[in-house]
Design a protein. Structure first.
Lengths: 111, 118
């Protein structure tokens, strides 16, 4: 059973609007959460992260929200830009440095 | 600074052939790992290593072997390739020394190896 789920395979947003990508998890032992961005033919690159003791982390246009009681996190991108079009992976850290990834959401930002 | 380097970028194998996917990092990271990415499955951990001489299995280890003789290198071996191993393979590394009290784990990924097994 997948411990990290991204239930939306794809999302299409108009340039300048907000993009909201969602992620749910089942393991309450996860203590750190990360978002990675991936362009075609490239490896994933780190975008933003949040500790389980926080509920929000912001970095420029990117904000991650964590709702521990609901076991849910979301990535907000405001404003969305065409260059944000990529696959976004949610990941959760369990013991050691091991990461568990979601299946990814394809974001398309239309100009 | 090269980061994580994977070779080759592309490879086609016949069923039963063996090969080694190379991974090298120049960041002196202790932790290295191999993932495979399949459509609709995200990235799944194959094997990982917390330092030279130490390796362990991830979620999908069957059909793959690893070794870690140096801090820099973490090769992934397919002993007898099968069509089910057709995938994109990513190597990643991270440092325990950079982890804060909250247990941060920012893994840095290579560009990937696209493998087809016929």
């Amino acid at each position: 059973d997948q411990q990290v789920k991204q239930n939306s395979p794809s999302l299409s947003v108009q340039e300048g609007r907000i993009s909201i990508l969602n992620c749910d998890y089942t393991n309450s032992m996860f203590d750190y959460f990360l978002w990675y961005k991936k362009y075609p033919a490239e490896g994933p690159t780190f975008l933003i992260s949040i500790s389980s003791i926080k509920d929000k982390n912001e970095d420029g246009r990117f904000t991650v929200f964590l709702n521990k009681s609901a076991k849910h996190l979301s990535l907000h991108i405001v404003p969305s830009q065409p260059g944000d079009s990529a696959v976004y992976f949610c990941a959760a850290k369990e013991y050691g440095n091991k990461l568990v990834f979601g299946a990814g959401t394809i974001l398309r930002v239309k100009s | 600074n090269a980061g994580v380097t994977q070779t080759p970028k592309f490879q086609v194998l016949k069923t039963g052939q063996s090969m080694t996917l190379q991974c090298a990092q120049d960041m002196n990271h202790e932790y290295m790992s191999w993932y495979r990415q399949d459509p609709g499955m995200g990235l799944r951990l194959i094997h990982y290593s917390v330092g030279a001489g130490i390796t362990d299995q991830g979620e999908v280890p069957n059909g793959y072997n690893v070794s870690r003789s140096t801090t820099e290198d973490f090769p992934l071996r397919l002993l007898s390739a099968a069509p089910s191993q057709t995938s994109v393979y990513f190597c990643a590394s991270s440092s325990f020394r950079l982890a804060g009290g909250g247990g941060k784990n920012i893994q840095y990924f290579g560009a990937g190896t696209r493998l087809s097994v016929l």
